[in-house]
Ligand binder design. Structure first.
Ligand SMILES: Nc1ncnc2c1ncn2[C@@H]1O[C@H](COP(=O)(O)OP(=O)(O)OP(=O)(O)O)[C@@H](O)[C@H]1O
Ligand SMILES: [Mg+2]
Length: 434
C-alpha cells in the first residue's frame, strides 16, 4: 500500500516563507499522522536544497529533540574554533571539540561535544546538513552517534554531537605510533557497528547509510562504536520496490560493485561496505592503499583468495596482532567478511545475520601466549635449530609468506599457528590449535 507522501512543509509549520497561507488545520492533521505512524524521510522534504531558517527548524517535531545554538555560543564553547580544539576534518568541514557548561541550556547537562562546521567552500552543503538533522534528529540508538543540536545562521551550518573520546576507528586502527587494537576490541567494534546498521536497515522505514567506512565509526572511551555521518544516507526502497536509484556517491574502496555499475542502492550495498570494514579490522590494512605494490592496493582484491582458506588466512591477518587472536574467531570473521563481499548482493547476509554470527565468536578464547625462551644462535648453529623450526622455515618459504618479516606455518601435531618475528628475532609465540 502506497503511503501518502508527507511533506516537509507539513511537518514544520511555516518553514517555507512562501507558503505561509497554508492552513494550520491541514498541517496539524498531517503532523499527527507522521508522529504516530512513521518517521519523516529525507524524500519527504519537497526541496531539500531550499534554505530553512533556524526558527523554521526549531518549530518542527524533529527539532523538538534537538537544541538550537547560536553561532556565537558555538564559537565560545570551542575557544573561537581554535586550532587547538580541532579534532579532524572531513568532506563537510572541520570538527572542533567544545565544552558545554550546565548554564548554557536548561535541561542540557554539562558535557564535552564535537562541533562540525560546514566549510562554505567545500563540496557539501545545506542538503547534507539537513539530512543529518532529519535522520539523527529522529533515530536514536546506542550504536548511532547522538546529535545534540545544530546552528543555522545566515549561510552558516553547524552540527553539535556527543563527544566520542577515542575519535574514529580509522584513527585507532591505522595510527602508526600507538599500540595495535587488540582482537577482542576489534570484534567488539565489529558487533556494535553491525548492530547500528541492522537498526537502520530493519526499522519500519529502512535507511541505507551509504557511506559506511572506518572514519564514520566513532569510538567512545570504552571503544563502543557509533555510526556517524548521515549526510549521504538515503531512505530505503518502499513497497514493491527492490532498490532506490541514486547518483553514485560514496567512498572508493567501500562502495558495492553493483552500485557503482548501476546506481541501484539497497541495504545490501551497506553490507558490502561492512564487509570491507570487517576486512580492515582483520588485516589492519586500509581499503585502498596507494603506497603498496599495485596488486595489493585494493584490500578486497588482495585478500579475497585467502579469506575462505584456513591455510592461507594467516597471510592476511594483521601482523600487529602478534598472533594474539582466536584462530577460530578469525576464521569465522574472515568467512563472514567473504560473504558480505559477495559479488551477488543476494548472497550477502542481512545485518542481523551478521550480528548473530559475530556475537557467537565474541567469547572464543582459543589462544594464549606461552613464554618462549629465545636461544641466541651461536656461530655455525644454523643446523642446530629444532627440527620443528627448520620445517617451518622451509614451508614458510614455500608459502611465500615473508611479508613484514612474519612467517606463518601450519603443522599437524597440535601446535599452530606458529608466528616468528624475524624482524627482531627476539621471540616466537606458540598458540594451541583447538
Ligand atoms: N562526535 C565526535 N567526537 C569526536 N571526534 C569526532 C566526532 N565527529 C567527528 N570527529 C572527528 O573528526 C574527524 C572528521 O570527521 P568527519 O565525519 O567530518 O569526516 P570524515 O569521516 O573523516 O570524512 P568524510 O567526510 O569522508 O566522512 C573524524 O575522523 C573524527 O576524528
Ligand atoms: Mg565522517
Amino acid at each position: 500500500m502506497a503511503l501518502e507522501k508527507i511533506t516537509w512543509k507539513c511537518i514544520i509549520p511555516g518553514c517555507y516563507k512562501s507558503h505561509e497561507s497554508r492552513t494550520l488545520a491541514k498541517s496539524k492533521k498531517k503532523v499527527s499522522k507522521q508522529s504516530s505512524f512513521q518517521r519523516l524521510s529525507l524524500s519527504d522534504v519537497s526541496d531539500p536544497s531550499s534554505p530553512l531558517c533556524a526558527d523554521d527548524l526549531s518549530n518542527s517535531l524533529i527539532a523538538s529533540k534537538l537544541h538550537v545554538f547560536s553561532l556565537a555560543e558555538l564559537k565560545a564553547i570551542t575557544n573561537g574554533f581554535s586550532w587547538s580544539n580541532l579534532l579532524g576534518e572531513g568532506g563537510f568541514g572541520p570538527v572542533y571539540k567544545g565544552f558545554i557548561d550546565n548554564k548554557l541550556r536548561p535541561g542540557l547537562d554539562a558535557q564535552p561535544v564535537a562541533v562540525k562546521l560546514l566549510d562554505l567552500d567545500g563540496l557539501q552543503g545545506h542538503r547534507e546538513w539537513l539530512a543529518e538533522i532529519i535522520f539523527l534528529g529522529q533515530l536514536r540508538h546506542p550504536y548511532l552517534v547522538k546529535l545534540i543540536g545544530y546552528c543555522c545562521e545566515d549561510e552558516h551550518r553547524l552540527l553539535v554531537y556527543e563527544y566520542m573520546a577515542r575519535g574514529s576507528l580509522e584513527n585507532q586502527l591505522f595510527r602508526r605510533y600507538s599500540a595495535a587494537l587488540p582482537w577482542s576490541t576489534r570484534m567488539k567494534i565489529a558487533v556494535g557497528a553491525a548492530k547500528g546498521l541492522a537498526f537502520l536497515h530493519e526499522g519500519d522505514k529502512p535507511v541505507i547509510f551509504r557511506d559506511f567506512k572506518t572514519s564514520n565509526i566513532l569510538l567512545d572511551a570504552d571503544y563502543t562504536p557509533k555510526l556517524s555521518d548521515f549526510g549521504l544516507a538515503k531512505d530505503g526502497p518502499e513497497g514493491e520496490e527492490t532498490h532506490v536509484t541514486t547518483r553514485i556517491i560514496g567512498t572508493q574502496g567501500y562502495a558495492a560493485p553493483e552500485y557503482i555499475m548501476t546506481g541501484h542502492l539497497t541495504t545490501k550495498s551497506d553490507v558490502y561496505g561492512y564487509g570491507v570494514v570487517l576486512l580492515e579490522l582483520i588485516t589492519g590494512r586500509r581499503s585502498i592503499d596507494r603506497t603498496r605494490p599495485s596488486r595489493e592496493q585494493s584490500l578486497v582484491e588482495w585478500a579475497r583468495p585467502c579469506m575462505k582458506d584456513t591455510r592461507k588466512l594467516d597471510k592476511i591477518i594483521d601482523p600487529r596482532l602478534e598472533g594474539q587472536f582466536s584462530s577460530k574467531g578469525a576464521h569465522k570473521a574472515a568467512a563472514l567478511a567473504y560473504k558480505c563481499l559477495s559479488h551477488q548482493p543476494k548472497c550477502r547476509p542481512t545485518m542481523s545475520n551478521v550480528v548473530t554470527i559475530l556475537e557467537a565468536l565474541q567469547d572464543f578464547n582459543d589462544w594464549f601466549v606461552r613464554p618462549f625462551v629465545y636461544v641466541a644462535p651461536t656461530e655455525n648453529s644454523s643446523n642446530q635449530y629444532p627440527v620443528k623450526d627448520e620445517r617451518i622455515r622451509s614451508e614458510t618459504e614455500k608459502d611465500g609468506n615473508e611479508e613484514n618479516g612474519i612467517h606463518c606455518h601450519s603443522n599437524n601435531n597440535g601446535w599452530r599457528p606458529l608466528v616468528t618475528y624475524s624482524d627482531t628475532s627476539l621471540y616466537s609465540r606458540f598458540r594451541n590449535e583447538f
